[in-house]
Design a protein around this ligand. Structure first.
Ligand code: ATP
Length: 503
């Protein structure tokens, strides 16, 4: 698994998807730049989300609120007082860790052992294997599952109570060692606010303290009534937004999984109080289906229902994805009640209420939120698509089998040789197709090597122009995944590509 993850990181760099930020100065930890191919993949994921959320729902509209907001926003939202992570230092290595992440990683290690045990048994018993029965009766699995349950209960308890000493005790009791020093010599657990501060204004006396937004959601809440009135929106309705968010994360490992500057795709759905559970269930199902539509494999997703709820929520679940380092949160679905709108009413002194024509009454709507990290989506798609295949002749190829709709480049046009007018024909095909798709041109190296390069970039089609093309206006079109080649008329190309890459 570790090797797989290293491959993902190096492939992303080598093929122009992701670079460390300001790399010539040795980079900035947990900050990354999207390169020429990465920016296309990222844009396509964003558009795929936007289409499903805004274009396909008549009652959802978009918004692009500013990153900088009035500082009182973050008092009202609770971020100034409560947006904290519990941190713990190891006395020997002087390394700092998130206490909750240490415990979760420890729990996940036990889970990995259970899964290995199950896999082994599956191989041994074949079709006769009954996983449920095995989980309930195998003594090793039962013991480990009990450990997991106990850890979860204790973690939820110390988090709910804000019991920092209890947190430390839990880490000590589990015998968790520092990955760097290998010792269990911990300091106390302390709270640390994750918001980045900045200043507005030139002179020191008049400067106003601002924060870079740690989530996009608040831009939607403060605009709730503006959008509702000008759009004549009727409840239930949603406001969707994509944009940057900033968090001063401490455990900033795992590549683009946990970044200090990242992008969110959020939707706030405003509903009648009392109907929030219906909509919460609706959005859980709808969002999981959106993920499944990408075809990365059903087994890679699971729900994690929260036992410990944030101060604003009455129900919350994560959609977890099987990343190269195990199952982790990809998207959150939260029933946020009327907490945010009521808080903004209180702090601003302005009414944020919906007037219901049918009942002739005002109320503060309840909110169900779906919030997915664009960068985490990128990692999920990229890591799962990256494959090392052994071919029939025993050779291997690296293929980035991206869902075609998300691929940065849809087709590469390759003249077989650099002469006899073939490059010109290739260029004319590109000039025609580029109105509809991202297409690339490549004439360097033997055609087999060019195919491999496009496989590694995730390009679904390679179109090869050869001498026969000059005679009958046909080309070969090669499919990335099957490597099958067909001879088709140039005039058919647009349709063939379109059928494959459109939603
Ligand atoms: P985590 O527990 O992993 O820190 P969170 O519960 O704080 O995440 P939310 O506040 O619910 O996350 O944010 C919604 C989504 O934004 C997450 O599901 C995740 O996909 C994304 N996200 C949050 N923090 C980061 C980050 N530091 N880097 C990249 N994506 C992030």
């Amino acid at each position: 698994q570790e090797d797989l993850f290293k491959n993902v990181v190096s492939h992303a760099k080598e093929y122009g998807f992701i670079f460390p930020s300001s790399e010539i100065y040795d980079g900035l930890s947990a900050v990354y730049d999207y390169a020429q191919n990465g920016v296309e993949l990222k844009k396509n994921i964003r558009e795929y989300w936007w289409k499903a959320m805004v274009q396909m729902h008549e009652n959802i509209v978009g918004l692009d609120a500013a990153i900088l907001m009035h500082p009182t926003t973050w008092k009202a939202s609770g971020h100034v007082d409560a947006f904290n992570d519990p941190l713990i230092d190891n006395k020997d290595s002087k390394k700092r860790y998130r206490a909750d992440v240490l415990v979760e990683e420890h729990r996940e290690k036990i889970n990995v052992k259970i899964n290995a045990e199950i896999e082994k048994a599956q191989k041994r018993f074949g079709d006769a294997f009954d996983e449920k029965q095995f989980r309930e009766t195998n003594p090793n699995v039962v013991r480990r599952q009990n450990q997991i349950d106990e850890i979860s209960t204790r973690l939820a308890q110390v988090q709910a109570d804000g019991d920092l000493e209890g947190f430390r005790q839990l880490i000590v009791d589990l015998g968790i060692v520092c990955p760097v020093s290998g010792t269990t010599n911990w300091t106390e657990v302390k709270q640390f606010n994750l918001m980045f501060g900045t200043k507005l204004g030139a002179s020191a006396e008049n400067a106003m303290d601002l924060y870079l937004r740690p989530e996009t959601a608040q831009g939607i809440f403060v605009n709730f009534l503006n959008v509702q009135k000008t759009g004549r929106m009727k409840i239930p309705f949603g406001i969707a937004q994509t944009g940057k968010a900033f968090r001063n994360e401490i455990v900033a490992r795992q590549f683009i999984f946990r970044m200090r500057e990242f992008e969110q795709m959020e939707m706030q759905f405003f509903v009648k109080p009392g109907e929030e559970m219906k909509w919460y269930e609706y959005w859980k199902t709808t969002r999981l289906n959106w993920h499944l539509s990408l075809g990365l494999g059903k087994q890679n997703y699971r729900f994690h229902d929260h036992e410990k709820l944030a101060h604003y929520a009455n129900a919350a679940a994560d959609i977890e994805f099987n990343f190269p380092f195990g199952f982790k949160e990809l998207e959150g679905i939260h029933s946020r009640t009327d907490f945010d709108l009521k808080a903004h009413e209180q702090y601003s002194g302005k009414k944020l209420q919906y007037f219901d024509n049918e009942t002739n009454s005002n109320y503060v709507p309840y909110v169900v939120e779906t919030s997915v990290g664009l960068d985490r989506m990128f990692l999920a798609v990229f890591a799962t698509s990256l494959k090392e295949e052994t071919l029939e002749d025993g050779s291997t190829r690296t293929v980035l089998a991206l869902p075609s709709v998300l691929a940065p480049t849809k087709a590469a046009v390759l003249p077989l040789v650099k002469k006899d007018g073939l490059p010109e024909v290739a260029q004319s095909i590109i000039d025609d197709l580029k109105w509809d798709f991202n297409v690339a041109y490549d004439e360097k190296d033997a055609v087999g090597r060019r195919y491999r390069r496009q496989d590694a970039l995730g390009t679904p089609f390679c179109i090869t122009v050869d001498h026969q093309t000059l005679e009958d206006k046909t080309v070969t079109i090669r499919h990335r995944d099957s490597m099958k080649q067909d001879r088709v008329a140039i005039s058919e190309l647009r349709n063939i590509i379109n059928n494959e890459v459109s939603v």
